[in-house]
Every structure is written in C-alpha cells, then in structure tokens.
Write a protein that binds this ligand. Sequence first.
Ligand SMILES: Nc1nc2c(ncn2[C@@H]2O[C@H](COP(=O)(O)OP(=O)(O)OP(=O)(O)O)[C@@H](O)[C@H]2O)c(=O)[nH]1
Ligand SMILES: Nc1nc2c(ncn2[C@@H]2O[C@H](COP(=O)(O)OP(=O)(O)OP(=O)(O)O)[C@@H](O)[C@H]2O)c(=O)[nH]1
Ligand SMILES: [Mg+2]
Ligand SMILES: [Mg+2]
Ligand SMILES: [Zn+2]
Ligand SMILES: [Zn+2]
Lengths: 208, 208
Amino acid sequence: SDILKANDLLAQDIKEMLKKKQIVSWNIMGSPGSGKTSILERLIPMLPGDVKAAVIEGDLATSRDAERIAKTGVQSTQINTQGACHLDAAMVRTALEKIDLDDISILFIENVGNLICPAGFSLGETGRIIVSSITEGDDKPEKYPSMFKNAHVVLLNKIDLKSQTNFRIDNFTREMKKINPQADIMQISATNGSGFTELVNWVVGRLL
Amino acid sequence: SDILKANDLLAQDIKEMLKKKQIVSWNIMGSPGSGKTSILERLIPMLPGDVKAAVIEGDLATSRDAERIAKTGVQSTQINTQGACHLDAAMVRTALEKIDLDDISILFIENVGNLICPAGFSLGETGRIIVSSITEGDDKPEKYPSMFKNAHVVLLNKIDLKSQTNFRIDNFTREMKKINPQADIMQISATNGSGFTELVNWVVGRLL
Ligand SMILES: Nc1nc2c(ncn2[C@@H]2O[C@H](COP(=O)(O)OP(=O)(O)OP(=O)(O)O)[C@@H](O)[C@H]2O)c(=O)[nH]1
Ligand SMILES: Nc1nc2c(ncn2[C@@H]2O[C@H](COP(=O)(O)OP(=O)(O)OP(=O)(O)O)[C@@H](O)[C@H]2O)c(=O)[nH]1
Ligand SMILES: [Mg+2]
Ligand SMILES: [Mg+2]
Ligand SMILES: [Zn+2]
Ligand SMILES: [Zn+2]
C-alpha cells in the first residue's frame, strides 16, 4: 500500500544515514512486558567502555521506559505514539534529531509492546531482536509468524521461571526451524543475568 | 473513520441479535500468552450444568486455541485473521453462522493476543474482560490505557507466580482507579484455580 511504500522509502534513508555513520541499529520487538526494557537495562552497562549506545524508546504513553534507560547513563529519548500500535520510520527520524549520533556505535530501538503490527514497518534497522518470554508459552512462533519470520535473534527471556511453566524449549526451536531457521535463539534472564555474556558477545560481534 | 463507523453498525446488529436471544457475550482481550485460553479451559467446566457456553476463538494463525476449547465439550469455532491484528464485527458475524445459538446463554470471544488494536473494534459484546498477567509487570494500565479504560473486569492472572516477580498489587489498582475506577479487579491463577470460584460467580451473576 502507499503507506507502507512511503514508510519503506523513509526507512531506507535512515538505514543509509546510520550506515554512513557506522552505527548498527537493532529494532527490539516483543509482547507487552516480555522484558525488552529490562534486557536493555542489564545489557547496556555490560558493553565495553569504548562502545557507546543510544536508545529510542517507543510506547503509546508515558516516558517510564526512557527514564529507566536514562539511568544507565546513555542517551535515551521517548516516542509516544498517541495510540499507534507500532513505531514507523517517520517517528524514528524525528526521534533521531534528539540524539547526538557522533561517537555512537549502537542504536537500540525498543518498539511498542506488540507481537503483530511492528513487524510490518521497517525503521531502517540493521536487524531485528525479538524478545519472547517463556511465560507466554512455547506456541508463539506459529501463532504470530510474521513477527518471528524476520528475526535475527530470538531472546527467550525469563528463563529463571522455566521450572514453573510448561515451556518446552524443543517445541519452540522446532517451530522456529520451520519459519526462520537462520535465527539465533538465546535463553536469557534479565533479572538474574543468565545468558548475558553470550548476548553481549553477540551484540559486540555485530558492530560496524 | 469510515472503517470504524461500518464496524460499529455491524457490531450493533450483533449486539441486538444476541440480546434478543438472551445471550451475554464477553470480548476477552490481553497480551499474547497472558492466559486467555487457559482461563476459558478452567472456567467453562465450572459453569452450572444448565448454563451453556460457546466460544469464538481469534488468532492470526493456527486452530490450536479452538481445539483446546473444544476439549471442554462446548461449541468452539476458530477465526484466522490472515494477519489482521484484531477481530472485527464482520469476522464475528461470519463466525456466528457456525454456532448453534439455541440453548446458549454465554458467548465468549477470545480476541487476538494484543494489548492495543482490539480496543478500537466493538464486536457487539455485552462487555470486555481484560486479562493482564502479573508476569507482564504492574505498569500496563498506564502504558496501554485504551485497553484498560473500557474493561468491565480485569483478571490479574498467573497470581501463583507473584512471589517471583516485582508486581505490586497496590500500584496496579491505583493506576486502574485513575483510568477506570468502575472495573472489577480479580486475582486469579488459571493453573492452580485460585480466584475461580469468585470468577464463576461474577460470570453467572451477569447472565441475561
Ligand atoms: N522473572 C523474570 N522477570 C522479568 C525478566 N525480565 C523482565 N522481567 C519482569 O517483567 C516485567 C516487564 O519487564 P519490562 O522490561 O518492563 O518489559 P517490556 O517488554 O519492556 O514491557 P513494555 O515496554 O511495556 O512492552 C517486569 O516486572 C520485569 O521485572 C526475567 O528475566 N525474569
Ligand atoms: N504459572 C501460570 N501459567 C499460566 C497461567 N495461565 C496460563 N499460563 C501459561 O501461560 C501460557 C499461555 O497460556 P494461554 O492460555 O495459551 O495464553 P493466551 O492468552 O490464550 O495466548 P494467545 O491466545 O496466544 O494470546 C501457557 O504456557 C500457560 O500454561 C497461570 O495462572 N499461571
Ligand atoms: Mg519496555
Ligand atoms: Mg489463546
Ligand atoms: Zn497496527
Ligand atoms: Zn491493529
């Protein structure tokens, strides 16, 4: 449609601009409360000292997430979508004006909590990180395929709660193999740090 | 917009039709994996023997949820939205043709897992049940206000996991008081049955 086409043209501009500045960008998506902000809160302080990050936060309302991120010391700006269920390239381009991009090597964009709509809107990102918490159940890839199809990595968060759920990792990985065999899958816990050494290596290994 | 207006007209038809047949209908909404289907699986067998229910299941893909519900013995039909992020009145009217509405006193409609988009589309329901799992965090009402504003009841599910989270019930109820003081709030667990006697009474007390 025309809306999508206009979005993709703008996304392409953003992509080329970030590439010129050698900034890698990650569009972080997942259900409400899957742990996107918690993951960033733990990940950012673990980055090597010479790797500077900035964060664009997207929510319908409140600046709670941007405020949480700001406590880690990095640049953080909040987009409020006023009811829109996904970030789009126009919103991101406006937010980028509020960030000093010199010295930045990673841009994280936390999308609105939504396992469907954000999948359709490129933000000009290098790639997509999908956060799927084990408390949501292991059938999410087949029930929400468009979200998982384009993931570079799926972070299986809240792994600390696994023993209290009926989550079967082999079920999840089998479903992912069908729709997106290239995606990495990482079991992590933002609350106890499990899996974060591997996650930091994954992120740092993909710097430009 | 025109789309919303057309939807609301169709929803009104559904509403009047169900009212004539003395069928109460509940639009069940919540994030992916918040426990909507699990709640129905436990609730339906607990209904009094003379209270017949039917269920319309909405998902992007798969018939997994309708199959789970069918095991309880009630009529259950699956809508696959083919990518649409919410059910609308047109989809529900088509699904209603697959259900024998005689003898039914309750229609449950499980909406697509999404804490944003379904709020904008009336299905002709009597009212809305919002499922918010405590694992998602206690800031969801303020971050996703359109969903919580129109709830008749909020089911705080997965209360069995409360001790392993930082969920503060008073935070949640205080936020709900600001945006929707009329809504009932019930703490429940679909896995261990906690709160279900009260939930059954709430549902049965609202039969037509
Ligand atoms: N047990 C456990 N809880 C977690 C973990 N990660 C996050 N949480 C909790 O999950 C809830 C939601 O975390 P957030 O980081 O706010 O989730 P989010 O995905 O950013 O939420 P939205 O931005 O609103 O979509 C909070 O109560 C966190 O403490 C984890 O690994 N284990
Ligand atoms: N610990 C715990 N887990 C629960 C509870 N209710 C549901 N679950 C688990 O949560 C996961 C998702 O449950 P579902 O009932 O499929 O959730 P849903 O909201 O219907 O999911 P979608 O239809 O995909 O949006 C499953 O692994 C359930 O076993 C509960 O009260 N406590
Ligand atoms: Mg967040
Ligand atoms: Mg379900
Ligand atoms: Zn949308
Ligand atoms: Zn939508």
